[in-house]
Design a protein around this ligand. Structure first.
Ligand code: PLP
Length: 463
């Protein structure tokens, strides 16, 4: 099933994407636990609540569009990943999926570490109280200022991504009188998306140093010559929204191969390997992700087997789930503004948000599901396209969805599984005001990111 290209572009609006459900779900009022946050419930009267709070009441209090983040769901997933990998491994939450100080506090309390990839993310991580030694800094073009900020703070690792960066990090660490722990990001020639992976000799992409052709081995040589760098491991990240571990298997085989080469050349066994993130979640009820313990068991077995084959001690393993932790923890609540029927085609349902709060549909043809949440309905299913309010025909929130035929202006819709890469990719197109994130737990709501205001816009526009 391809997620990046299918025939159901706007010009072929009557064609459902390949692999997409073509029939309405049996019960439009049902909320599939695979895609909804843990504490989601529909009351007897038909309205939906999360964390013990009605989405309609939350919308009333905080306005729409609104991200509702289920703290119990988030913490439960953190714990599941942590417990699945156990004390001999580290789970780094990928902050780019969604980061705020409240989230950093939850991560710290739940025993997770944190990946950041910019000075901004690093500032939030530190302000939220994550101990610096539990922070890793990634990125293919970190600035000298970002590197200095990280080294000064004392981050636990910097993942080196280029030959230039090796020299830069060494120089800054040297100036500051530090010895900085580093990993080297390698590209293993595996590209994984969803259900398929492609193993190639070369990867045509901007991240990391290639194993093929010896760039990674050369990076190791250069790092080992520099006293201000402490090489602790090798890092690999192969893709996103991955549903099985076969891509990781090839990656682990190649990374362990490099560890064996390093031992043979330098007489040194590196203590860590990081297999990155990219574990998939259910965006629609059709998706079927594995549980963390299944993934952990499989990754540990793969690494142990490869190390046995290479006669290496098993290094400490790290993983970096972002989406798999925060993705399913949140939903976006929108109010319906207009309903436009195109006879014989579908009905366009416009909501008060769109590509400014969820750009993934426009960017990657991502699929989502959507439900009416302010009431239950026993109206017939209606093939719908939920669209935003931006001046762009690609401003689609959910390309193909079945909603009750009586959906009307003023109804609230919610799109589940929007915790990752939605608020963090939010933008001000059309001078939209980015929505707030409200955390809910045990009947209490707390704004963790407030709604943007026109004053915020005007503050940046200096006239
Ligand atoms: C994006 C990214 C992740 C997280 O990816 P998810 O799909 O959110 O799990 C982890 N590690 C690195 C290096 C990344 O770039």
């Amino acid at each position: 099933m391809s997620r990046s290209a299918h025939p159901a572009g706007p010009r072929y609006a009557d064609v459902l994407p390949e692999g997409h459900y073509t029939a309405p779900p049996a019960d439009l009022n049902a909320l599939d636990p695979k895609v909804w946050p843990l504490t989601t419930a529909r009351s007897g009267a038909g309205s939906v609540s999360i964390g013990g709070l009605g989405l309609a009441e939350l919308a009333e209090e905080f306005g729409t569009a609104l991200f509702v983040l289920d703290e119990d769901d988030f913490r439960t997933r953190c714990r599941a990943w942590r417990d699945a990998f156990g004390p001999d491994a580290d789970v780094f939450y990928a902050g780019k999926a969604f980061l705020s100080r409240a989230v950093v506090r939850w991560l710290t309390e739940e025993g997770l570490n944190l990946d950041v990839c910019s000075g901004g993310e690093l500032s939030i991580a530190l302000a939220g109280g994550m101990p610096p030694e539990r922070i890793a800094l990634h990125g293919n073009n970190k600035s000298s200022a970002e590197l200095r900020q990280a080294i000064e703070a004392g981050v636990g690792r910097i993942v080196l991504d280029s030959f230039q960066e090796i020299v830069r990090v060494a120089h800054i660490a040297d100036t500051l009188g530090r010895r900085q722990p580093v990993q080297i990001r390698v590209t293993v020639g595996v590209e994984a998306h969803t259900h398929e992976f492609i193993a190639t000799a070369h990867e045509d992409q901007k991240f990391g140093l290639a194993l093929a052709g010896g760039q990674a081995a050369e990076a190791v040589r250069r790092v080992l010559k520099l006293d201000s760098l402490e090489l602790v491991g090798i890092h690999s990240h192969i893709g996103s929204q991955i549903f099985d571990t076969s891509g990781f298997e090839v990656a682990a085989h190649r990374v362990v191969g490099l560890l064996a080469d390093i031992r043979d050349e330098h007489g040194l066994e590196l203590p860590e390997i990081d297999l990155g993130g990219g574990l998939g979640i259910a965006y629609t009820p059709e998706d079927d992700p594995s549980e963390p313990h299944t993934i952990a068991k499989s990754l540990r077995e793969i690494v142990s087997r490869e190390c046995r084959g290479a006669e290496l001690a098993v290094p400490r393993l790290s993983v970096e789930p972002g989406r798999a932790i925060v993705g399913p923890s949140a939903c976006t609540v929108y109010e319906v503004g207009t309903v436009k029927e195109l006879p014989g085609l579908r009905t366009y349902v416009s909501v008060d948000g769109g590509m400014s709060d969820n750009v993934r549909t426009a960017l990657y043809d991502a699929e989502y599901s959507v439900s009416l949440v302010s009431r239950a309905s026993d109206a017939e299913p209606m093939l719908s396209r939920v669209v935003g309010k931006h001046c762009e025909s690609g401003d689609i929130v959910v390309r193909d969805a079945f909603l009750p035929a009586d959906v009307a202006p003023g109804d609230l819709l919610a799109v589940p599984a929007t915790g990752a890469y939605c608020r963090s990719m939010a933008n001000n197109y059309n001078h939209a005001l980015r929505p707030p994130v409200v955390a809910v737990r045990d009947g209490a709501a707390r704004v963790i990111i407030r709604r943007e205001t026109e004053e915020d816009l005007l503050r940046l526009d200096v006239g």
